[in-house]
Design a protein around this ligand. Structure first.
Ligand SMILES: C[S@@+](CC[C@H](N)C(=O)[O-])C[C@H]1O[C@@H](n2cnc3c(N)ncnc32)[C@H](O)[C@@H]1O
Length: 295
């Protein structure tokens, strides 16, 4: 089961109130939505591009009838999704970026080299997105190397891309373990598994995660009421940089000409999980929380 990260910190910033409307842009197992509904008689519109979260939705929905709605889709499209329920403005939007523990644990989804499974990695399996198998078996060597480097900073990206292209000439690369072993065969052992960074990069590419984040933040900032809060928990530096730069822009920080801004920071410094939390939930280790409020 997925343990929500920075739950107390997110809730103390969101400070849910009766009759307010919130968007949980990354529903997952519904950890944040559940807490909001426990804290206030509010309404939550949840979004997830992964259909399999329906079971978690059904359970929460029966505990809080009429208080929760789920849209299956991308959060970059949140305006269009909310419009289906005639919602144009809300009082808070939360993002908890990345993959869930359920997605990682299910070998059939292909997100993790800890389990053997098909090279899929699509969060939405019915989407038009190209899966990881097509990525490794059809893209050019340079494009593979550049993508791995761009989305993970992997210094051996060229060597890995070459090994992938050599391997696929003999036989189509079909499984997570095949791919992990190809990567491991060409890069030195280190503290973390050699395949970690490449898997992260391919997953980001397959799901256009950074493009989604940019569009999702923009959409969220446009639907907030005055006093509305935008809260983001991210898990690696590429995501955090996008959040930080966009929030700086919205809050008028670093602007050459001082102009009245529409938003201000709730927390000046990024919020990190406590030692206690990282000890009980290793997934929280790299989490960073940033939040702004609409003036
Ligand atoms: C880290 S989990 C969220 C966990 C959740 N906060 C909880 O407490 O259970 C991220 C979820 O967001 C979904 N997701 C990631 N990117 C998305 C996007 N662009 N649009 C919609 N859902 C997305 C994933 O499918 C996954 O279920």
């Amino acid at each position: 089961m997925h343990k929500p990260v920075l739950l107390q910190e997110v809730m103390s910033i969101l400070a849910p109130k009766d009759n307010e409307i919130y968007v949980d842009a990354t529903f997952g197992a519904g950890g944040y939505s559940r807490k909001i509904l426990q804290l206030a008689d509010s309404k939550v519109y949840a979004i997830d591009r992964d259909k399999s979260v329906h079971t978690f939705f059904d359970e929460l929905n029966s505990a809080y009838p009429q208080k929760l709605e789920l849209f299956t889709g991308k959060f970059s499209k949140m305006k269009e999704l909310l419009a289906q329920s005639n919602i144009n403005y809300v009082d808070g939007v939360i993002f908890d970026i990345g993959v869930s523990s359920m997605q990682l644990a299910d070998g059939e989804r292909g997100f993790s080299f800890m389990h053997d499974g098909p090279l899929d990695m699509r969060m939405n399996q019915s989407s038009d997105y190209i899966n990881a198998e097509t990525f490794v078996n059809t893209l050019g060597e340079k494009e593979i190397a550049d993508t791995i480097y761009k989305y993970s900073g992997e210094r051996c990206s060229r060597r890995i891309a070459k090994a992938i292209v050599n391997a696929r000439q003999k036989k189509t690369i079909k499984s997570t373990l095949e791919l992990a072993n190809i990567i491991r065969s060409v890069i030195p052992r280190g503290k973390i598994d050699a395949a970690t960074r490449t898997f992260q990069a391919i997953r980001i590419w397959v799901n256009d995660e950074l493009g989604e984040l940019e569009k999702g933040l923009k959409a969220a900032s446009e639907i907030l009421n005055t006093g509305g809060r935008l809260i983001v928990v991210s898990f690696h530096s590429l995501e955090d940089r996008i959040v930080k730069n966009y929030f700086n822009q919205l809050c008028g920080k670093n602007s050459p000409i001082p102009t009245p801004s529409e938003f201000t920071f709730i927390n000046k410094k990024v919020i990190r999980p406590s030692r206690e939390e990282t000890q009980t939930n290793p997934r929280a280790r790299s989490a960073k929380l940033r939040a702004i409020i609409k003036l």
